[in-house]
Design a protein around this ligand. Structure first.
Ligand SMILES: CC(C)(CO)[C@@H](O)C(=O)NCCC(=O)O
Ligand code: NA
Length: 601
């Protein structure tokens, strides 16, 4: 350690970190020179629709699991206890709904970009609005993703901030631009393994340092870090069971249901069944990731107790804590700090590469291809250049994020809610409401975005840095202290619930639900006013027959059918081939077997 408090890497740490970059790069090069050598957009953007479910599921998890989650979650658990863990409950519905509604619908339409759906269901203008909103979301998120690990590394080890940003940005841009989606998915698989290994190693050594398992458990329990289930219905409380488990479902749907980065993976799958399976397999992967990051927070608490290195002023922000902990506790384990830093950067590389690839896809498929005709070779070259340009934009965004300052986990999840939420609403409007029209869709999307930014920015400006629960937690019996806290909290609550303040203090975990519901409500009202779409005019296969499906499961006559028969029935109905009680809204879908669009990208 030097006088500035920096802890240094040893040679072996540098070697491990370097190996990560070299290995990722090699995977990119491998896919640049094998298979179809990335000579078609079909291969570059959608991996020839040949992926299997195991790599896809790891890649699906890796996409939205960046260094933000790896350092943000433990910091959250250290400061506020394990309440955040309840977000794991939202994974159930948050993955079942995509698996059984969104994936079959998108897969059967044979899309390349999920925004093609919007043109099929509404019109070109809605598609472009959706695409632009998505680009906006991912570009900001990318900035947070690449900057976060570099900043932590810089703060704790003095490693050059922009050196780290540039090195990772360059490597990532290169393997994405050379190897296409295949390289992105397979580097994700490799990086996920590094990620889990790094976390696991630190947790094991951390428990050892804290004096063993029972000692560590005693410390976190006595420190009040094991949170009971908080059933407070108040939507302004940041983390309760409801904000996390119910608000979280909307967040998960916006990410795993309609986000291009994820949908592209489902679409690149060999069969629809494998796409659905991969979505199922994300569940255990996500739970494991959540478990490891929450445990890391608890282990940190077991080691530091109430004396957080932030309070001791070794570091300046909660987000630097995990890396500080690693460098501080694992000094005598050469290689472990390097492994953890590799874990951190793995998490971010896998996120940024997915972002580059999905951004290149939508820019090509939704914005360029429909307007300019070009040869396949030229389109492929252009797609690669696009991936490269987004790499440069990402570096610029990192600089912008550098100028902001906020808890990274909350910042990332707020972006998902504020921009991803309205997009979720837009897709749900099209899928579940056959009467919705294009004017309703565009107005709804704008209203949802406005609502999200109003509450998001209002909240950001009025909220003092989120009130940190004093480290002396409720389970500790210091009566006068907890009384004071209760009084202060009550005052704060009273302040909050008044008028606009009440609105602004809405928990960020509800942003996604609020903005997607706004899109639905405004979209439906405007559609009704301007003349709802008639059932006959809705393109086949673009709406999900909610009533019909529910009926098919409830109909007594189907009870004695085998499950297999049942499934066939459900599929027929989704394709609109079964026409029993004519007149119901779903019946109006016409039967168009294989919808062939200009999707042959
Ligand atoms: C998006 C979820 C909630 C999905 O588990 C999680 O991976 C997470 O908290 N991500 C934070 C954002 C990030 O890691 O970039
Ligand atoms: Na990632």
């Amino acid at each position: 350690m030097d006088p500035a408090g920096h802890k240094y890497f040893t040679v072996i740490d540098y070697v491990i970190f370097g190996l990560l970059l070299v290995a990722s790069m090699s995977i990119g090069l491998y896919y640049a020179f094998t298979g179809g050598r990335q000579s078609t957009t079909q291969e570059f953007l959608i991996a020839d629709r040949s992926m299997k479910c195991l790599p896809l599921s790891l890649s699906l998890m890796a996409t939205f699991q960046s260094a933000v989650a790896i350092i943000g979650t433990p910091a959250e658990v250290y400061a506020h206890g394990t309440q955040y863990w309840f977000i794991g409950c939202s994974y159930v519905l948050g993955l079942l709904i995509p698996a059984h509604i969104f994936i079959p619908l998108f897969y059967r339409l044979h899309l390349t970009s999920v925004y093609q759906y919007l043109e099929l269901r509404f019109c070109k203008a809605v598609r472009i609005c959706g695409t632009v909103t998505f680009i906006f979301q991912m570009v900001i998120y990318m900035g947070v993703g690449i900057y976060t690990p570099a900043l932590a590394l810089n703060a704790v080890t003095g490693f050059h901030l922009w050196g780290a940003v540039l090195a990772t940005g360059l490597v990532c841009t290169l393997y994405t631009a050379l190897g296409g989606l295949k390289a992105v998915v397979w580097t994700d698989v490799f990086q996920t393994v590094v990620m889990f290994t790094g976390q696991l190693a630190v947790i094991i050594v951390g428990v050892h340092q804290a004096g063993g398992l029972s000692e560590a458990w005693g410390k976190v329990r006595d420190g009040g870090r094991i949170s009971g289930i908080d059933l407070n219905p108040d939507p302004t409380v940041r983390h309760t069971f409801w904000t996390l488990a119910v608000g979280g479902v909307f967040l998960m749907l916006s990410l795993y249901g309609v986000n291009q980065a994820q949908v592209q993976r489902y679409l690149s799958s060999r069969t629809e069944r494998e796409a659905v399976m991969s979505c199922y397999m994300v569940f255990p992967c996500l739970q494991l990731a959540l478990l490891l990051s929450c445990l890391m927070g608890l282990v940190m608490f077991a080691c530091y107790g109430q004396n957080s290195p932030v309070e001791q002023q070794y570091i300046t922000s909660k987000d630097q804590m995990v890396l500080y902990f690693v460098m501080d506790m694992l000094q005598n384990f050469p290689g472990l700090p390097g492994l953890f830093v590799a874990c951190l950067f793995s998490a971010s590389l896998s996120t940024i590469s997915s972002a580059f690839n999905s951004l290149a896809t939508v820019t090509m498929v939704d914005l360029i291809k429909p307007h300019y005709s070009m040869t396949e070779a030229r389109a492929t070259l252009l797609s690669k250049l696009l991936a490269l340009s987004y790499g440069i934009i990402c570096l610029a965004m990192a600089y912008l994020v550098h100028l902001m300052n906020s808890s990274v986990l909350q910042a990332a999840l707020s972006i998902f809610g504020m921009i991803g939420g309205p997009l979720l609403g837009l897709f749900c409007l099209g899928i579940f409401f056959p009467c919705a029209n294009s004017i309703g869709a565009v107005t709804g999307l704008s209203a949802g975005l406005l609502m999200a930014f109003w509450v998001g920015i209002g909240g950001f400006l009025t909220r003092m840095p989120s009130p940190v629960i004093p480290l002396l937690n409720s389970t500790i019996t210091v009566p006068d202290v907890s009384e004071n806290i209760t009084a202060a909290t009550a005052e704060l609550e009273a302040d909050r619930s008044a008028g606009l303040h009440g609105f602004y203090s809405l928990s960020y975990m509800w942003y996604s639900a609020l903005s997607s519901c706004t899109v639905l409500i405004v979209g439906l009202i405007i559609s009704c006013i301007t003349g709802p779409t008639k059932g006959d005019d809705v393109a086949s296969g673009t709406v999900y027959p909610v009533v019909k499906t529910a009926q098919s499961y409830l109909k007594p006559s189907t009870c004695c059918k085998t499950t297999a028969e049942h499934k066939v029935d459900g599929q027929k109905e989704m394709n609109g081939t079964v026409k029993e009680d004519a007149g119901s809204q779903e019946e109006t879908q016409r039967f168009l077997p294989d919808v062939e669009l200009e999707t042959s990208v």
